[in-house]
Design a protein around this ligand. Structure first.
Ligand code: KG4
Ligand code: ZN
Length: 360
């Protein structure tokens, strides 16, 4: 019988400060015992984006009490933990240092092992916690900082099929929102506006459509949005809605096209899997139009679609605790001098995307 493992997880890599306690009862069998999360969206709102210094300070102020709340909700003490896991990267370095140093201090004080987690691994392994899904499966991660297609082979083994050559998809939504005079974060505003728009009125480019491979590019689309907005002069509400709808449709078409190539590659690598799974994570996974279009692609290709609940799709500490539990079950722990890393590719062997500016 597998020994249950109880892990405290800490997440501070961007603008969410979060702590969670997760118990792993066995492979792909976990439960969240307690969690506390504080979003800093309001702190960054006036600046139209995340300000690293403000984020790091907010993590310092709030992390201790969030850990206390998660532990209280779990009704356990530090002595009951098997390990302490924290995001060690990739992310905004100041914030990562706050969470990782806190985890190190707790590990040192309690004598429990430290587990330094790659934030992307947290996203990648979430469906094990939410629906007991075991690798291998394909992951599409679409957030404000990342746009990646990754084959999750097993715990600790990932093959990156594609990444963005320029902007992350969430960033493209945020920039489009700014051009259209909408608030931050932009994705939900663009989505809402797009519902009233005609996606066919403006012909926006479909980045990399029909090209081989699984990389993404969104900066050309963003420029096309800006040029169209400028061409409209003073935009009417209908102009703005049509631009939002056209942008969103171009995004969905591009995602579908890249995904099609990734699905073919995954099938070739795993011919024995009858009905493979696609997992979608990251804030952009909240977009209903994108969800529907990817759902249709999965149905068409005979794939199972896994969409973790939204709170576990976006940044959270339960995914970090869970990744820590999966690692601990394999006997993998980290030294107390593990570094905080701004960049930390999940697949160190990954081929570079053309055009260099590749995000971790
Ligand atoms: O995963 P997330 O919460 O944070 C990180 O970036 O780590 O993702 C935030 C991103 C933002 O760029 C936001 O505009 C986008 O996700 N987003 C959306 C929607 N909700 C959030 N994009 C499109 N449609 C949405 N409904
Ligand atoms: Zn994330």
């Amino acid at each position: 019988m597998t020994k249950p493992l109880t892990i405290l997880g800490i997440e501070t890599s961007c603008d969410e400060t979060a702590a969670a306690v997760v118990r792993r009862n066995g492979p792909a069998n976990g439960v969240i015992l307690g969690q506390a999360i504080l979003s800093q969206t309001a702190d960054h709102l006036p600046f139209g984006g995340v300000v690293p210094e403000i984020a790091a300070r907010a993590h310092i102020i709030h992390l201790d009490s969030l850990i206390a709340r998660a532990m209280h909700e779990a009704q356990i003490g530090f002595a009951d933990l098997n390990a302490i896991a924290a995001t060690a990267g990739p992310g905004l370095l100041g914030g990562v240092i706050v969470g990782l140093t806190t985890a190190k201090a707790l590990a040192l004080a309690t004598g429990k092992p430290l587990i330094a987690i790659n934030h992307l691994e947290g996203h990648a392994l979430t469906p094990g916690l939410t629906e007991g899904l075991e690798p291998p499966y394909l992951l599409l991660l679409v957030s404000g900082g990342h746009t990646q297609l990754v084959s999750v082979e097993k715990i600790g083994e990932y093959v990156r099929y594609g990444t963005t050559i320029d902007d992350a998809l969430g960033e493209a939504f945020d920039k489009t929102a700014k051009i259209l005079g909408l608030g931050y974060p932009g994705g939900p505003h663009v989505e809402k506006l797009a519902r009233a728009g005609d996606p066919a009125r403006f012909a926006f480019p479909r980045p990399l459509l029909g090209k081989p491979g699984c990389h993404f590019s969104f900066s050309g689309l963003k420029t096309a949005v800006r040029l169209q907005a400028e061409a409209c002069g003073i935009m009417t509400d209908q102009d703005r809605a049509d631009i939002a709808a056209g942008f969103q449709e171009a995004v969905a078409a591009s995602l579908n096209d890249r995904l099609k190539n990734a699905m073919t590659r995954f099938r070739e690598a795993h011919p024995d899997i009858d009905s493979p799974s696609l997992v979608i994570a990251g804030g952009v996974a909240a977009n209903v139009a994108i969800r529907q279009s990817l759902k249709a692609r999965c149905t068409h290709m005979g794939w199972h679609l896994s969409l973790p609940p939204l709170a576990l799709c976006t940044d959270n500490a339960a995914m970090i605790a869970w990744a820590g539990a999966e690692r601990l079950a394999l006997g993998l722990t980290s030294p107390l001098d593990s570094p905080a890393r701004a960049r930390w590719p999940l697949d160190p062997q990954a081929e570079a995307a053309p055009g260099a500016g590749v995000k971790a």
